[in-house]
Structures are given as C-alpha cells and as structure tokens.
Design a protein around this ligand. Structure first.
Ligand code: ZN
Length: 215
C-alpha cells in the first residue's frame, strides 16, 4: 500500500522505515519494498552503533535504498532523557558508516505537544563544521515554527520528522466527528472526516518549512 502511494506521488518521495531497532528489522523492510531505512543504534555504545549502522548501510545500498543513522540520543517527552550529540563522534559516525542522513540530538525531543525551547544552534554549528552529511531532526513537532523555517534554508538539516502535530490534528478531528452525531457507528464515514483536517495540517507543516513547490 505504501509503495503504491509513493509511486503515485508527483514529487520524489521515499517509503521510509523509522527507527529500525535491528539489522533484521531493516532487512525485512527492504525485502518488503521500503526505499529508505533508519537504523537506530543511538542507545548502543559508539563502536557498536557504528558497526551495526555500517552493516545496514551496506544492506540498503545493495537494495538501492538509502540509510539514516542516529548519533547521540533523542529522548522522549515524559520518557527517556536525551543525550546530546557530540560533534566529534558525529563526524566519526558519518565517516565510518557512510550513512546518507544522520539524526542528531541538539535539544529536540520526541512526542512534544507544544513548541519547546528551540534547538541548540551552537551544537548544530559545531556538528556542521565537522561533517557534511545531511542532518535529520526527530521530534520536529516541538521545534518552534520560526526556527524550522529559518533552519530549513540556513542549515544542513534536510529532514524534519513531524508526527505528533499531525496525530493531534487527527485526534481532534476524530473526536469532533464522533461528538457531532452520537448515533454514528460506521467507521468509514467517521474516519472520512479526519482526512481533510490532517491534509490541511500536513500542508501547513510543509509550507512552514518553506518546502512547498520546491520539488
Ligand atoms: Zn524518532
């Protein structure tokens, strides 16, 4: 289903596995037709993260797919704390794994429902000074809109993961659809009313990154 939608898109897209926890996860995704995988070894000791990520990069390359890795640990709102990316480690990770994209931890946090304090620009600059690999920000929902727009054009951040914001739009629309008519039961008619609000929210996110019309 995912590949079918991707192939019908009018802009270049990847069918991406987010947070693959093992080589086997990533292999299964590639076998199933994903065109991009993330291997998340960020909780592992550095050398182990490098070795496993390099193995996934080789696997992805052989399948004609791209691979994203993570260095430093991006924590979770009301969950595990972050471990900020060390610029020298990031440079070594990029050079020794050959990843196409590198997720970094610079004040970003997964599952934030409101704008946070913003990203640590000094740490970002220090990372960018040591490596040229395109960077990824997980936890994009918590990054202030003005900073998103600014960094999209002035930094090497090339991918911003935004999920919470869209899931909130979905949840709000679903609740409203149910509240409007207590007798309603048909899932198709209920879910249909979430489509336009989520589409609009996604459009706003894309425009907010200055990415609209840049295909
Ligand atoms: Zn993530």
């Amino acid at each position: 289903m995912f590949r079918h939608l991707a192939e019908a898109a009018t802009v270049p897209v990847v069918a991406h596995l987010d947070h693959g926890r093992s080589l086997e996860d990533c292999r299964a995704a590639l076998d199933a037709g994903f065109t991009s995988v993330m291997f998340d070894g960020s909780a592992l000791p550095l050398q182990q993260n490098i070795d496993l990520t390099a193995a996934v990069v080789a696997l992805a390359k052989a399948a004609g797919a791209s691979c994203e890795g993570e260095i430093g640990f991006v924590g979770y709102a009301s969950g595990a704390a972050s471990d900020g990316t060390d610029p020298a480690e990031a440079a070594r990770f990029a050079a020794e794994t050959g990843v196409e994209a590198m997720a970094i931890s610079i004040g970003n946090l997964h599952l934030q429902e409101h704008e946070g304090q913003g990203l640590d620009l000094a740490r970002l600059a220090a990372i960018e000074a040591l490596t040229t690999v395109p960077l990824v920000i997980h936890g994009g929902s918590g990054v202030p809109a003005t900073q998103r727009l600014q960094l999209a054009s002035t930094s090497r951040i090339a991918k911003v993961n935004i999920g919470t914001e869209l899931r909130m739009a979905f949840g709000t629309a679903l609740r409203a659809a149910l509240a409007r008519d207590p007798d309603r039961f048909d899932r198709i008619s209920i879910l249909k009313e979430t489509e336009a609000p989520v589409t609009e929210a996604a459009r706003a996110v894309i425009r907010g990154l200055g990415a609209s019309g840049r295909a």
